[in-house]
Design a protein around this ligand. Structure first.
Ligand code: AMP
Length: 412
């Protein structure tokens, strides 16, 4: 027998039973973002490799290890998008959006690709909802974005969520701080894990993420970037915090919050859900005031976030999955089987969720099937233009006229 195929490692199929929760996440996102003036943008699934190399940052794990890169005819190197921000900024510049009233608020969603080691909640193809607000340095922008993400999470009913907030400062303050941190780490090299030691010069901030006991002890005493913010960055951070406080958003200040992408400046944040395992981050983002310029545009402050649809779906699946019964299943036998299709079609055209037996089941089998499908009613055709409507939850039955049943079911 020929070998059967499986979905590639780190990918998964969304089967019909898994579709409603994902659709709901997307619908809630669209509702909230469009009501807040975010316009829908769609960007390609792949871009020039250089866009991500420059946009996401050469020293990041994403660019160094995780990109799905391929060459096309002519030797051009393309990459499946590992995130949305670089593409959205590229589109902002390509379409002259800096000439529009600022900030330009955009949102998108879809699949993203990172060649990570797969585990529960971590995939090589995953889905993000992404929001970007480009062209203003006001702390209102940061606060608005965080509020919108928080509202989405709340409306969806994800439980056990914490918001961690930090600030990375401007590039100059960060550079000075990084130098200080490198010196600090070098002076304690013997207490650090090998991993961390090897990366002191490349990316010393990663030391804060280390799990190893010795490194942790060193990091507990380490200077933090929050203590070294320059005046303007400190004021910006205070302003964002005040706005969040005023709007009833609770958060924890995390002076060690580092994100896996290089472009962040000032505000950074992450939403975590304690119902998930090791991969608990359900969304995150921050300000990236230097990115547009780095991609060849004018200096343009901006801020944005991405929420992970797959992880939010996982968090919601843990909740009570009780779904309401809906629609009608038409039960028929003998000659009535053929009229069932016409009736179901009429019901469907009236906007009613309707189904029928397509596999020659007995009446009893059809009732069982109606129950399994979660139908709210069964419409049992009894010949001679007679029918009974059964409430599948209570078992109550009443006589109905099949000719007017669409009306009966439509009226509340
Ligand atoms: P990031 O773009 O890394 O800031 O990630 C934003 C959110 O996307 C995370 O909080 C996750 O919820 C989700 N995410 C990122 N990478 C993955 C992945 N490999 N698998 C599943 N979800 C992911």
């Amino acid at each position: 027998m020929a070998e059967r195929f499986k979905a590639p490692r780190g990918t998964f199929d969304v089967l019909p039973a898994g579709a409603p929760v994902r659709r709901r996440i997307e619908e809630v996102a669209r509702g909230i973002l469009e009501a807040a003036g975010y316009g829908r943008i769609e960007v390609p699934i792949f871009e020039d490799t250089e866009l991500f190399a420059r946009g996401v940052g050469e020293s990041t794990d994403i660019v160094q290890k995780q990109m799905f890169t391929f060459e096309v005819q002519g030797g051009r190197s393309l990459t499946l998008r590992p995130e949305a921000t670089a593409s959205v900024c590229r589109a902002y510049l390509e379409h002259g959006m800096q000439k529009l009233a600022q900030p330009v608020k955009l949102w998108t969603d879809g699949p993203f690709f990172r060649h990570e080691r797969p585990q529960a909640g971590r995939y090589r193809q995953f889905t993000q909802i992404d929001a970007e607000s480009i062209g203003s340095d006001s702390p209102l922008v940061d606060a608005e974005l965080i509020l919108l993400a928080g509202d989405m999470i709340a409306e969806l009913g994800v439980e056990g969520v914490r918001l961690r907030l930090g600030s990375l400062g401007t590039p100059a303050a960060r550079a000075a701080y990084l130098e200080e941190l490198r010196e600090y780490l070098h002076s304690r090299e013997d207490k650090l894990s090998e991993d961390v030691r090897a990366r002191i010069d490349v990316n010393p901030l990663r030391a804060f993420d280390a799990d190893d006991e010795g490194t942790r002890r060193v990091m507990d005493e380490a200077p933090t970037l929050l203590e070294r913010l320059d005046r303007e960055d400190g004021e910006h951070f205070d302003a964002v915090r005040k706005l969040l406080d005023r709007n009833g958003v609770s958060y924890e200040i995390d002076p060690t919050l580092v994100r896996g992408l290089d472009y962040y400046t000032r505000t950074v944040f992450e939403f975590e859900c304690d119902r998930l395992g090791a991969q608990s981050g359900i969304g995150g983002g921050g300000r990236y005031d230097g990115l547009v310029e780095q991609l060849g545009g004018p200096p343009t402050p901006a801020c944005g976030w991405a929420l992970g649809v797959d992880r939010i779906a996982l968090a919601l699946e843990g909740g009570d999955g009780e779904t309401e019964r809906d629609g009608v299943f038409v039960v028929a036998e003998g000659d009535d089987r053929d009229s069932a299709l016409a009736l179901v079609t009429e019901l469907r055209r009236a906007g009613i969720h309707a189904d029928l037996d397509l596999a020659g089941r007995t009446v009893k089998g059809q009732m069982k099937h109606a129950d399994r499908l979660g139908a709210r009613h069964a419409l049992i055709l009894e010949g001679d233009g007679k029918a009974k409507l059964r409430d599948m939850s209570s078992g109550e039955e009443r006589e109905v006229d099949p000719a007017t049943v669409a009306e009966t079911l439509s009226s509340p």
